[in-house]
Design a protein around this ligand. Sequence first.
Ligand SMILES: [Zn+2]
Ligand SMILES: [Zn+2]
Length: 347
Amino acid sequence: MKAVVMEGPKLPLEVRDMPVPEVGPRDVLIKVMACGVCRSDWHIWQGDWAWIGLKPPMPAILGHEQAGIVEQVGADVRLIKPGMRVLTPFHNGCGACRFCNSGDSNLCERAGRRTGGFAQYAVIGGADFNAIPLPDEVSFAAGAAMGCRFMTAYHGVADRGEVKGGDWVVVNGCGGIGLSAIQVAASLGAQVIAVDLDETKLVRAREQGAVATVDATAGDVPARVREITGGGADVSVDALGIKATLLNSVNSLRKGGIHVQIGLTSAAEAGEVSLPVDAMVFNEVQFRGSLGNPHHHYRPMLNMVVSGKLNPESIVSERIALADVPRVMESMGSFGTVGFTTIEDFS
Ligand SMILES: [Zn+2]
Ligand SMILES: [Zn+2]
């Protein structure tokens, strides 16, 4: 099969012939129909996140935002059948540990095997749990986005941020996750303020439902947010994970506000950013991490996509071929992509 192969951190990515991955008894093999190119793929390519133990063996096939058609099923798979359209959350769950059992499968203690989506075929391990059927009304491109960025934004906003109608919500960073967070928060009835330093992305943010935008190059972001909201936001999201967006987010909150950290940090922070602890205590500001989306939350999210209340596909701005992946990954170093860039041509 054709795949985009990474040999090591920052080494050139190449399209190459690779063996089709083997299918274990609890796995399924899918023909990949769509796969998003996510900033997390770029981070792994840069060698980031070794500080939290994320260091895939080389050579690696990246891509973790895939949807496709089931081609082959392992001997012990009961619910997933050949020909089914499925997506899969980037965090597999074992389906049996204490976190999976209590509904927090995004925090699974022993997430299983899966292979990368920058390829014609990919394996989903523990498929009865981790292959999520994609309704016929939902495109593969939308399904792919719900493997990582869109579902991550959904969980961050709806669950971790507890966003409700009328809330002021700030979204810092209007990449794929940020635009998704804006769409989800707006669909829940929140008033969303989008922050970025790229005018094109702020235009996209308004299209996704932001009622106000703040140009981060124009000065004091938290002061501007306090002005717009009359005292600070109820919820603020860091959708990027650099020091500036993280601190802007925390400092934009009203008393009792909730900061949701979705973005993981880059090489400059290496996982650590100093926080204004005293102010956070005095203001009872909450700092909440948010990772992926527990499996059982797929049902309400997919229902909202089917009914048209949510529209992940509207965030797709470029549809590419597998051979374009190296170029797109390169451009991510300078934040060159807008919205979702999705591979749809695997020939
Ligand atoms: Zn588990
Ligand atoms: Zn991702």
